[in-house]
Design a protein around this ligand. Sequence first.
Ligand code: TXA
Ligand code: MG
Length: 316
Amino acid sequence: MLMTRRFGNEDRDIAVAAKMLRNGEIVAFPTETVYGLGADASNPGGIGRIYEAKARPRHNPLIVHVCDIEMAHNVAEFDPKAALVADRFWPGPLTMLLPKKVGSRLAPAVTAGLETVAVRFPSSKVAQRLIRAVGFPVAAPSANLSGKISPTRFAQVLRQLDGRIAGIVQDDACDHGLESTILSLIGTPAILRHGSVPQEPLEDLLGSLGEVGEPREISSPGQFRSHYAPEASVRTEVCEPTANMIWIGFGPDCEGCRLTLSTSGDLEEAARSLYDVMVEADLLARADDVIAFAPIPMYGLGRAINDRLRRAAAPR
Ligand code: TXA
Ligand code: MG
């Protein structure tokens, strides 16, 4: 059992947290999407500790977070298309899958031994300051136990990881509340995971994108394996809830719902509240209760929300 240190977002706090990262310890920190669990991406010990603390399968690689374009170019190969995407969407909630730079100092376990690397330049100022203070990219998965709900608040990180990690940097709730979109630029551009940047603006820039692949040897987290899951079981597309259901509405036509993702039917609000609402519904649920979500439209952020709901509802 570790003593998990709490950090604020003062320069002094960030400096101590960065030092711990450089020493191979792991520290959770906020980003504009969800909280990440960080390690210095050049430090094999730190990377190993991430997999242990989350009970994450070792073949599931990590996203590498940078605080500027130059740092990104030190770990990944950018072709003109990648440069175009970076120019348009960075900093922000978009992760690009690119060829790993030969000779980069990334610990091999960051990419689970692959020759590709997932790179993200977050817009969160706290995240940027922490990475800059480390002086090297920070590898970070979401700061939850593997398969559980991603935390968008300090208290949710504590609930899952207190005593398992060296520290947590505290900040306001995450702006987007949903993970980054993962865009592969290996071969035909394709979305590997829907997320906080919708498909439409990416297609405006790149033309039509490849399909999200069925799980092959390695893909984004278990496409149909249970993931992002509350304790209670989950149903989707429910319009007429039964007695044992905690019904979660979307839009104005869900009279009688216990909770809602957005009463006005706003997809950004729904994305932001999704994981919070899952946590809250789990607290309300008694044995055999089912968390039941009203239908969510399949455009814009609705694709990412539906993806998370489908995985939360997948067989355990
Ligand atoms: O918003 C986010 O992306 C958050 C914050 C902390 O940045 N991070 C996040 O990380 O969601 P994680 O580990 O929960 O999800 C990243 C996904 C993993 O499922 C992994 O399979 C995929 O990215 N990934 C990472 N590197 C990859 C690679 N080289 N090839 C294929 N997939 C990769
Ligand atoms: Mg995750």
